[in-house]
Design a protein around this ligand. Sequence first.
Ligand code: SF4
Ligand code: SF4
Length: 375
Amino acid sequence: MQEQVAVAPCPDYVYSHVIKGVMDALQPLGGMKAFVHKGDRVLIKPNLLIAKRPDRCVTTNPAVVKAVVHLVRETGGIPAIGDSPAVGGLRRVAAQAGIAAVAQECDCPLVEFKEVVRVTTGKDYTFRRFELAKAVLDADVVINLPKVKTHSMMLLTLGVKNIFGCVPGMRKAQWHLRAGVDHASFAGMLVELCRLVNPALTIADGIMGMEGEGPGSGDPRHLGLLVASGNPYALDIAICRIIGAPMDKVPTIQAAQQRGFAGADPKQIKVVGHRIKNGEIAPFRLPTRFDAQWNLPGFVKKSLKHVFVPKPVIKGDLCKVCMACAEVCPPQAIAVADKKIGIDYRSCIRCYCCQEVCPEGAVRLRAGWIARFSS
Ligand code: SF4
Ligand code: SF4
């Protein structure tokens, strides 16, 4: 079966442009009514990673969220906006990201993912148990609104990775701990989580994306596109092609393909809507220290992580000792001594959560010594 991915141009975040862009992206897919029915409780899940202003391009732009709230209501659905930020609490992060103002203006509930439900999966899952936000399970429909960004650990964060926010708060750290240095295992968890949550619709905010050292400290990059699909795996592959990223280096795409998920086969994807000419979009700049080139078994990486896997280093001149990195570090490898942040590299699992959340861009990645030697 072919999976459709629809692309619509949208030059900027002027609301009239965004609502038209979202409608144009949904039109080839049958419009919002193909995904939402009268009376459906619809959970809208933007990317609310950390408290950053919309112009920093870390979070889904509020104009995109507002357009989706409007279209859900117009179709008869009952929208709520929800997420579980990495640090800072939903209200603070949503306020800074401009999404709290949208929720207030639209009189739409803002739901923090606090209450947790344990879910047991079937035999066809590698991961047999997940802990999910109750708000996700209570919804009839989940609409996933990722931001198009690079990601130091997963190369890109798009539709599939955005669903990780459905795991509440610090429970995310447990998944990082379980996967450890083995990024393929973490990617396997992400694709299975996405399968479990099963977002009915994913609309990627690619009007302004982020390239370079994403997902928290990269550079804004104009792309001028909204991309929509009922299939998040197909959407990720289509965006990967659009931004010129190597899909064989994206662990979540690899994990979905290994599992034979519908939408993970590029030959089965049909891109509809706006046509992008060859060479029209210059490739995104990828995270410089991404380590996917070391295609080694997880146990080798684990035992020789200092050799193969980039490590986080703190730029002392930028660090404000806010402790956000220590708060999210899964193995608690970060501590402060003499008013300086230090990392215990023996326990560090190279998850780069510290880099994701650092508000000052003070966490940089340094390649393992083999990579430095070979370059
Ligand atoms: S490295 Fe960043 S997140 Fe960590 S304490 Fe310094 S400023 Fe805060
Ligand atoms: S120091 Fe950073 S990369 Fe290492 S485990 Fe902690 S959060 Fe992850």
